[in-house]
Each structure stands twice: as C-alpha cells, then as structure tokens.
Design a protein around this ligand. Structure first.
Ligand code: PD2
Ligand code: ZN
Length: 281
C-alpha cells in the first residue's frame, strides 16, 4: 500500500477546507491514478481526525469573549482609529449593529475596481453526487482578497479591528460579492455547521466564525436588503454603511439566520469580513 505522505494529507485538508466533499476527492484522486487502497486509507485517516474534532466541538460552551463595538455608554459615534463611525441601529439578541460612514466612497470604489477583474460565479461541490454545480442559494459573483493584500484593504482591516475590538489576524480575507438584477443570497448561517463532515478540517485554520461584517460598496436601485428573518429586520444596503452581527455558538439559537434579498434593479456590491475565534492562517 502506498504510504500517506504529509503532502498528500495537506492536499486533502486544503481540498476539504475549500468545500470539496470526501466523495468528490475520492473521485479526483482515482482519476489522478491513486490506487483504491491508498486513496481510501488517506481519506479514512482524515475523516477519523475530523470526527474527533466534531465530537469536541459539539461540547463547546458559548464563548464569552466576543468581537463587537463597545456600546456600554450608548454612543452615537465610535472612534475606529482613522475614522468616526456612526452607530445607526442596534439589536441585543441577536447582537446586530448597523454602522454608518464606515467606508468612504473612494474606498468603496477602490475595492470594486480591484475586485472586478477577479470575480467568478462560485461553484460548489454537490455533496450527494460529488459533482460540481452552481450554488443556487447564492447567485452573486465573488472573489476573496488576501488579508492585507493592498493599501486600501490594509487600512479597512485595521479600522475593523479597532471598531470591533478583535485582532486583525483573527479575520479572514475580505470577500467581495456583486449581485446583478435578480441575484440573491438565500437565508443561511455564516458559522460552519458542526454536522457537516468537512467542518472540523475548516476549523483548523482559525476555529469557528464568531461574527460577520457586511459592508455595502454600491447600492442597487431597488432591492438587495440584508434580511434577518427570525426578527423581521431588513438592513438597507446604503453605500459606506455596514451591518455587524455575532454568534457565540454554531447554533440556530443565535437567531443569526440572514440573507441577501433579490436585487430588483441596478447592481449591489458588498465586502464581507468574517471573524474567527483564533488566528486565521
Ligand atoms: O450581501 C448580503 O446582504 C449578504 C447577505 C447574507 C451577505 C452575506 N450573507 C455574506 O456575505 O455572508
Ligand atoms: Zn451570510
């Protein structure tokens, strides 16, 4: 039997982290010439490790140290280091904060310009068949910046770290999404589902997601609100503003179900920053 090299294990871990299922991996490893016993041994080893992590994660208590702005004295404005950010609206449970004036129009334009050429319609692996399909739940186009990839990304990430009292390196790279007319993001949770087989592998890169900041870079003409169906809240996608929400456990009890309503006219662009429990590598 072929031994499982560290490189092979790394590759499997990276594929699972990218959202590919075990059946899809098995298929592509077979296609690449891996003998069945070696392939299955490697995948079984990774799956075993994943199950162990999942069992540990299920017992995890709610976190106490969470990202978020300091709202103890009900401020109307917050000092985010290089910018004075407006507190527009807050909800306690779930913890939601709508910010105004988080980004300048120039920063919104710069992110859009740098992202535009790199957008692609996201493909996801169908967990049942292992084949690749377009994700019907998210009909936008997207891309990721590396953390600190350029000057404007660095500046915005530093501002977010100050505003949300969370270390910069606990954040994922910024995700940019463009919604054309008709595009939407159906309601979902941003944390990784502990019941999904790929989750333990994803969690190795920085633990769970604990909070989300969706920043509006371009307003559509109509539609495109960020919705929170559990509490009947709709946040209008106003350029330069943002909605923050946090979740102290990977559970619907957090009431953080949220979606992007269909854009009815025009184009909506957002940048999303997800915050993790630990350093995101
Ligand atoms: O674009 C949005 O409004 C939206 C809605 C739900 C973005 C996300 N989720 C996300 O990036 O996770
Ligand atoms: Zn989301």
């Amino acid at each position: 039997m072929q031994p499982i090299s560290p490189e092979l294990r790394e590759w499997i871990v990276a594929q699972l982290a990218a959202g590919h299922s075990v059946p899809a991996l098995r298929q592509s490893m077979h296609a690449a010439g891996w003998r069945d016993d070696a392939t299955d041994a490697a995948l079984a080893e990774v799956e075993r490790a994943a199950r162990g992590d999942a069992a540990a994660a299920a017992d995890a208590p709610a976190r106490t140290d969470m990202p978020g702005p300091n709202l103890e004295e009900s401020p109307l404005y917050l000092d985010a280091g290089d910018r004075r950010v407006q507190v527009v609206q807050t909800v306690k449970h779930p913890r939601i904060v709508v910010f105004g004036n988080l980004l300048s129009a120039e920063e919104c334009e710069a992110l859009i310009a740098a992202a535009r050429q790199r957008l692609s319609r996201s493909l996801t692996v169908e967990t049942k068949t292992g084949g690749e399909t377009l994700n019907v739940d998210r009909t936008s186009d997207g891309m990721f910046f590396e953390r600190g990839e350029n000057e404007v990304v660095q500046r915005i990430e530093a501002r977010i770290a100050t505003l949300l009292n969370w270390p910069l390196d606990f954040g994922e790279g910024l995700q940019i999404l463009r919604y054309s007319p008709g595009a939407q993001y159906r309601p979902h949770y941003d944390y990784f589902d502990p019941k999904e087989p790929g989750t333990p592998t994803i969690l190795r890169r920085g633990g769970q997601r604990v909070a989300t900041l969706v920043m509006y870079l371009q307003e559509p003409e109509q539609g495109g609100a960020t919705t929170f169906p559990d509490i009947g809240l709709e946040v209008a996608p106003v350029r330069g503003s943002a909605v923050f929400f946090s979740y102290d456990r990977a559970d619907p009890a957090t009431r953080t179900l949220h979606g992007g309503a269909p854009v009815r006219a025009g184009e909506k662009w957002v940048a999303t920053k997800w915050l993790r429990e630990r350093t995101f590598t």
